[in-house]
Design a binder for this molecule. Sequence first.
Ligand code: GLU
Length: 373
Amino acid sequence: MRKILFSHVRRVVVKIGSGVVSNQNGLDVPRIASLSQDVCALLERGYEIVLVSSGAVAAGKGDLGIVGRPPSIPLKQAAAAIGQSRLMRAYKEGFVVRERKVAQVLLTRDDLANRRRYLNARNTLMTLLEYGITPIINENDTVVVDEIRFGDNDNLSAMVTNLAEANLLVILSDVDGLFDSDPTRNPGARLIPEVERITPEIEAMAGTAGTALGTGGMVTKIKAAKRAALYGVGTVVLNGRTPGALTRLFDGEDLGTYFLPGNNRMAAKKHWIAFTKKPRGKLFVDDGAKRAVLDGGKSLLPSGINGVEGGFDRGDAVRLCDQNGVEFAKGVINYALPELLRIMGKKTGEIEKILGYKYGDEVIHRDNLVLKK
Ligand code: GLU
């Protein structure tokens, strides 16, 4: 059945967790070699693959004498700096056996939140794919601080699914998929093969636990699947330690949990606004403007705005809130705060008179507005 579901799939993002590529002693090089063979087998079948691999911290921390999780951010960053090249080397050697090449791409959230850098990163990915080279992406751990972190590679892989315009997200984990209860505590726990929609009940099943090495647990995987679903892409979470997991999955074996894509695919740009771009301020709007945006699918005009919070530039994302302060949408604004303060509450036709120029009639164009679900 999966075979039919995947029949349209051509480009796949495969996320590989720390728990798959490492063990107590650091990097599990033989496992990376066999995973690389598995990926190469899919490339030979004509799929395009973008890898998102964790494991830099796990690969480097031993050199710093760290057992378990690094106790501080600087130690984690130092471990990543040591481990990232080791991780890439292991993949490179795994791929070279099949005469294939890999490329390292390190990203921060900031890179993707900036539209120009996002488009540049996309061009790089597309060029690599065009040349048959497999990009291997990781968070640029050595430079990230909280504001510019993806947080975990599950989230990063969802962002990359959008960035690479992929048709499927595969998350290789050290667990078999989503269970109806915690399989480490309940031997009768049942694997859920398919999730049609991620409901609060499904989210509750995920619990909160992360493994000793990775940042995510099932919670972050479900969040990633939810984001991918909104983009019209399905997600499979399966055990990456299963030999030949990827080829077997594409052969149609019912491995892991398949989260179905949503029916309404959000445009790539809207998905980026909703999840990648960080909002910098809030606009408060009257009921008429709220209704026009929510029910009428209209752009936001200056006349409906009656309050502002925070500072923002033209091109930043802002939250739209109603008179009770409840957020109902997010969008990319055409005017910077000082400009907005002068035109808010005014008619569209007055913008040019007040500012001496105008970037458009809309404060936020409807193509750049995403309604909150
Ligand atoms: N970027 C981290 C690493 O390579 C992993 C983050 C995660 O596991 O989500 O070690």
